[in-house]
Design a protein around this ligand. Structure first.
Ligand code: ADP
Ligand code: GN1
Ligand code: MG
Length: 367
């Protein structure tokens, strides 16, 4: 396959070894452009990940890479101390020939490269229940590994990323502007958001009152941001570190539930297929609490179900705002995809609101 000239040119700027054979779009991320590169090295082949950062979203790509460099060196040291495999249990940045963790092309686009984590997969849906449990342990441990990281050195890579009241204000502005004339056809969904304004500040209020601690969090804890070993089926590496920032543990927990405990895909059109699977939820609660190894406070434990509702609500609101604004933020592959995504999230929110007593009881069982 002929390799796209632009990718080839970017690939030449990094310290890869061998001759570039192939470059294919890879994964199902909604933000960056990800490619898997294959190089030949004598008889062998070696793979790498090359990504073009979405600089419409990450306005300060150098700061993103400073965060990732800091966090990955930190994790590498801890993996090393525990006798783990530093090639596979942490993202390894491949530097540019200039010794930088990125390369800026002539159009001002930012590229970065990682060693490819071999013999592992990421999943867009739970195929084996155990994988979901494993992802929970891994995200919990991730939290532990970064518990003593100097949080004040981290840049806020996306301002107010999980500031739900701020997201609500941005949503209201999108409705008011109605840039594409779409508001009329989604009145029901808009009303769903407006009805839940009080929900938006529950967690922020607790944080402001000092009742929920600020921690170093991942902030994008989707199942497909975890690499699972093909042979052992253990979660080995947390990836997609662009949004590692100070945040709330309950949001990290909640975002995983939103994505992984749903009975359907994020963009499923048939809403009858969408609900929160309490069995998967329970597996995640168990794994996350175990992974955090006692670090969560009583209030954090109590608020885990709220985190799930709120992250799902916030994400649905973001999808709807993007739909109203003309689908500029999240990658879409078909018309109406952001609206479908919004609808699955709101269906999940409703379902979780009804299941809240059971969700709380499950946390009680494992805390
Ligand atoms: P996005 O921010 O767009 O979601 P990600 O960094 O999550 O981008 O990458 C997209 C996908 O590429 C991941 O879900 C995963 O399948 C794959 N991927 C990313 N980094 C690696 C890596 N180092 N090794 C193997 N696969 C990777
Ligand atoms: C984006 O990059 P990706 O696909 O892992 C988004 C998350 C959303 C998610 C919804 C930086 O995650 O916040 O929850 O889509 N990432 C960013 O699927 O906005
Ligand atoms: Mg991702």
């Amino acid at each position: 396959m002929a390799v796209n000239e632009r990718i080839k040119s970017a690939a030449e700027k990094f310290c890869f070894s061998g001759t570039l054979l192939d470059a294919v779009p890879f994964g199902n991320g909604h933000i960056n452009d990800t490619y898997r590169l294959t190089f030949s090295e004598g008889e062998k082949t070696k793979q790498y990940i090359l990504q073009r950062l979405n600089k419409n979203i990450f306005k300060q790509p150098i700061e993103v890479m400073e965060n990732i460099s800091g966090v990955t060196s930190w994790i590498r040291k801890k993996v090393q101390e525990k006798g783990g495999d530093v090639e596979r249990e942490v993202l390894n940045i491949i530097p540019s020939h200039e010794g930088k963790p990125y390369y800026v092309d002539s159009d001002g686009e930012f590229w970065r490269a990682y060693a490819f984590i071999e013999g592992a997969s990421s999943f867009d849906a739970v195929e084996k229940e155990e994988d979901f449990y494993q992802s929970a342990v891994a995200f919990g441990r991730f939290q532990g590994l970064l518990a003593d990281y100097p949080a004040d050195t981290l840049h806020e890579t996306i301002k107010d990323f999980h500031n739900t009241p701020e997201r609500f204000r941005a949503f209201q502005a999108a409705v008011k502007a109605d840039a594409c004339g779409r508001a009329e056809q989604v009145k029901k969904e808009i009303q769903f958001v407006l009805d839940r304004e009080p929900l938006t500040h529950v967690l922020c209020d607790l944080q402001e009152e000092g009742k929920l601690p600020l921690r170093v969090t991942h902030n994008d804890t989707k199942l497909n941001n975890i690499m699972i070993d093909n042979a052992t089926r253990k979660a080995i590496c947390v990836i997609d570190l662009d949004t590692v920032m100070p945040g709330l543990s309950v949001n990290d927990f909640g975002d995983s539930i939103r994505f992984g405990a749903s009975t359907g895909a994020e963009d499923e059109k048939d809403l009858d297929k969408i609900s929160c699977d309490l069995h998967l939820y329970e597996l995640y609660v168990k794994g996350y609490i175990e992974g955090c190894e006692g670090a969560l406070t009583e209030m954090e434990l109590e608020m885990l179900p709220m985190g799930a509702i709120l992250m799902t609500f916030e994400c649905g609101m973001r999808f709807l705002a993007d739909y109203l604004e003309g689908d500029h933020y999240f990658k879409t592959h078909r018309e109406g995809q952001n609206l479908d995504r919004c609808r699955t999230q709101f269906k999940l929110v409703k379902d979780m609101e009804e299941k809240l007593p059971q969700m709380k009881a499950i946390v009680e069982k494992y805390k």
